[in-house]
Design a binder for this molecule. Structure first.
Ligand code: C5P
Length: 234
């Protein structure tokens, strides 16, 4: 079975990140590289991570004109990442351009296309914050609207909160992969994640991939924590 655990490498130091990746690699499916690590350590770090054989999720949430996003997606595909993110709010032309760039660039290199994931409404935004930028829909309706837009534009995956899994599974084709952060096991200290599910609950609700940060990297024994999460969903 494919291992659905993606560890968020939310640590600022490159050597710490590589060490963490090596330690937990036997128990996880991929590593998420976000803005801090990428802006600080760049493509060389991604190459180093890929060099260990690990699958990489490059979470830079592209949002720009279609031509610019297509070029960024092509560059990420040449870096040989397996997943990347774009904002669904960039519109259908941008989403189609992103997917086409991933598929065409990968084909020209004889590789499988990376999974381009649409991000709908950031969980930091509530209804009032959406109204502030002129969005009259509430968050739930806006998530649904953007999810349908992304799937309609050909995206094969979306990022969503654990509490959106059920609704999105009900309205999207079964082939759309859902990637879910906000995973907590109960063993870790309380932190800023408010709406969470356990790994097992999230998988049962329809997640394809689980993004797990602190429950693994902040654990006393990250490899053990990753192994226990994997066992909990086996
Ligand atoms: O440490 P934790 O498990 O909360 O890490 C979750 C990861 O998923 C972090 O990299 C965080 O930025 C990301 N994320 C999230 N909630 C979202 C979107 C992304 O926690 N809605």
């Amino acid at each position: 079975m494919r291992n659905p655990i993606i560890v968020a490498l939310d640590v600022p130091d490159v050597d710490d990140a590589v060490r963490l990746a090596r330690d937990v690699a036997p128990h996880v499916g991929a590593f998420k590289v976000g803005k801090e690590l990428f802006v600080g350590a760049g493509p060389d770090f991604v190459r180093r991570l890929r060099g260990t054989g690990a699958a990489v999720f490059l979470d830079l949430k592209f949002h720009d004109i279609p031509n610019t996003v297509a070029k960024a997606v092509a560059a990420a595909t040449r870096l040989d990442v397996q997943m990347l993110t774009v904002h669904a709010g960039g519109g259908s032309a941008m989403l189609r351009a992103a997917e086409a760039a991933a598929v065409e660039t990968a084909a020209s290199m004889g590789r499988p296309a990376p999974l381009v994931l649409g991000v709908t409404v950031l969980t930091s935004l509530d209804d009032a914050a959406l109204a502030e930028v002129g969005v009259r829909n509430g968050t739930a309706d806006q998530v649904e609207l953007l999810a349908r837009l992304a799937a309609g534009a050909g995206l094969r995956g979306l990022v969503c909160s654990p509490l959106e899994l059920g609704r999105l599974r009900a309205i999207l084709p079964a082939s759309v992969q859902l990637v879910t952060p906000g995973i907590r096991t109960g063993a870790e200290k309380a932190d800023d994640q408010k709406r969470t599910l356990s790994p097992r609950e999230a998988m049962a609700a329809g997640a394809t991939w689980l993004v797990v940060g602190r429950p693994i990297y902040a654990a006393e024994d990250p490899a053990g924590a990753a192994r226990r999460i994997l066992e909990s969903i086996a």
